[in-house]
Design a protein around this ligand. Structure first.
Ligand code: SF4
Ligand code: SF4
Length: 492
């Protein structure tokens, strides 16, 4: 089955359908129009942001990285201008991803796969790669012709130029990605002088190689076969979602139009407005025919709208034979009634509300997040120790994260356990048990302590008692954190 077609079965036989679709090379044709302009503007802005962001400097102090946007793998931290996210605060990044996913759901409910058509990095880079291809090999017809021709010096030269352009852009992209994970100017110097570390060089090669393969070779196959979004998106769409749609009621019956043929003549012959020129298919980066109905593979890029609009203008007919339209609009118009697009629908409200609530909760918790953070791990072996004076002792590993850029001292105490004393191991002058203890932490670091908590036998009324550790910054009593734990003792 080399061509991927379906064999019609003989009587009594079953049809043989190939497991894999044969690859058809798509040669998208250049097009001009509103959506092409929108795409160019959108991807220019996104690319500028992507490549410029790692070069923005942000002064944080002598020991901190001066890059405004940085996933620092050495500390490890995520820096975004004045914001600094610690590994234990990864839930903020999770929250951002959840809000982004809800934004994608909302955009899909409103206008189908517009994310895919205008902003998805794969689309953006594929667009750039196709542009390079066009520069070296010409537009669609020329590329198809050249692909069929035998190898000549000219063909080799043009193909070499295209691949050199692709490789150049892939290398720049590889650097662009990596620059978010390490200091950009240093990385550039290291790469240019071949002094980059093994890890940096490997990731640079991986990012560049993936860009070359994905944007140069897999292109629409990524959107059709590898990306799960086309299968998921249908759950977000409803009859009011705007998707790129061919107006079959207006366009059919289709048929080529002879120059001598008038539109009145065509109408009496039963033809619609579609002159079957195939422009909408030729410009499609996915290689699909939008006239065959709504398709999961369509990325809603609107290029077929631009192509068809220019044909309609040439023919002196109204534009938008192919348009961003909803199923509800088509059905309503078919009954002769007028239709107004319904922007506010239950799913739109739910997605928008969820975005607001989750985004608001994150912003609220972020604004109130303390400059210190404690984690406590209780020893499990032994669960407790009975000291010679009869008191019960539990041991804990206590960690305090100092998120400021100054040395900090803290007062540690225990709440919820009557008569409890604390002893911090290793702290000078604090070896004796007391109701509170003072500990400290260096700037932007996590200090780890062994902490003993002792309680009078009479206070230990159960095998497990809830209690909590309280930590307060000695210089700023509003900077505090607490951690719920338990105190173990003998069963009474
Ligand atoms: S059918 Fe039209 S909107 Fe859909 S991917 Fe092709 S060109 Fe873009
Ligand atoms: S571009 Fe318009 S007129 Fe031409 S085939 Fe497509 S729908 Fe028909």
């Amino acid at each position: 089955m080399p061509d991927g077609s379906i064999v019609q079965p003989e009587a009594g036989q079953t049809a043989k359908i190939p497991l894999f679709e044969t690859h058809r090379k798509v040669h998208p044709k250049a097009v001009k129009g509103l959506y092409r302009r929108l795409k160019t503007i959108t991807f220019s802005v996104l690319l500028a942001l992507f490549f410029i962001a790692p070069w923005i400097r942000w002064e944080r102090g002598p020991d901190a990285p001066a890059q405004a946007v940085l996933f620092d793998m050495t500390t490890p931290r995520f820096f975004l201008f004045w914001i600094e996210i610690w590994p234990q605060e990864i839930y903020y990044l999770t929250g951002i991803l959840i809000v982004a996913a809800l934004g994608l759901f909302l955009a899909t409910a409103l206008a189908g796969r517009v994310w895919c058509g205008f902003t998805c990095p794969h689309t953006v880079w594929t667009d750039l790669f196709v542009w390079i291809e066009r520069v070296f090999e010409g537009d669609r017809a020329e590329r198809i012709r050249m692909d069929k021709q035998p190898w000549t010096a000219r063909k080799i030269l043009r193909k070499t130029g295209k691949h050199a352009g692709w490789i150049g852009l892939s290398l720049v992209t590889g650097f662009g990605f990596l620059a978010y994970f390490t200091d950009a100017p240093t990385l550039l110097g290291d790469l240019l002088t071949f002094n980059a570390s093994y890890e940096a060089a490997s990731f640079f090669a991986i990012f560049a190689g993936m860009t070359y393969i994905m944007a140069g070779w897999t292109r629409e196959q990524m959107c059709m076969y590898m990306c799960p979004w086309p299968r998921i998106q249908s759950a977000m769409l409803d009859e009011h979602s705007l998707v790129v749609t061919y107006q079959a009621a207006r366009g059919d019956n289709r048929g080529p139009k002879r120059k001598s043929q008038s539109w009145d003549e065509r109408r009496t012959q039963g033809f619609g407005d579609c002159i079957d020129c195939g422009q909408c298919v030729q410009v499609c980066p996915i290689g699909i025919d939008v006239r065959t109905g709504e398709q999961a593979d369509c990325i809603n890029c609107g290029l077929c709208v631009d192509a068809c609009d220019s044909i309609m203008i040439q023919q002196g007919l109204p534009t938008r034979l192919i348009a961003f339209d909803s199923l509800a609009a088509q059905e309503t118009r078919a009954t002769g009634k007028s239709y107004e697009w319904r922007l506010v629908r239950p799913r739109v409200i739910v997605y928008a509300l969820l975005m607001l609530v989750i985004g608001g909760a994150m912003a609220w918790s972020f604004a109130l997040r303390p400059s210190l953070n404690i984690t406590v791990l209780r020893d499990r072996a032994p669960l407790f120790v009975t000291l010679s004076d009869g008191t019960i002792r539990n041991a804990y590993t206590f960690k305090v994260a100092n998120k400021t850029r100054q040395n900090r001292a803290y007062t540690l105490s225990v709440a919820g356990l009557a008569g409890a004393d604390i002893k911090v191991i290793g702290e000078a002058g604090d070896e004796t048990a007391a109701h509170t203890a003072t500990i400290s932490a260096s700037p932007d670091s996590v200090a780890t302590y062994r902490v003993y908590v002792t309680a009078p036998r009479a206070a230990v009324t159960a095998a497990s008692l809830p209690m909590s550790f309280e930590l307060v910054d000695t210089a700023n009593s509003s900077a505090r954190d607490s951690h719920a734990s338990v105190f173990m003792g003998p069963a009474n």
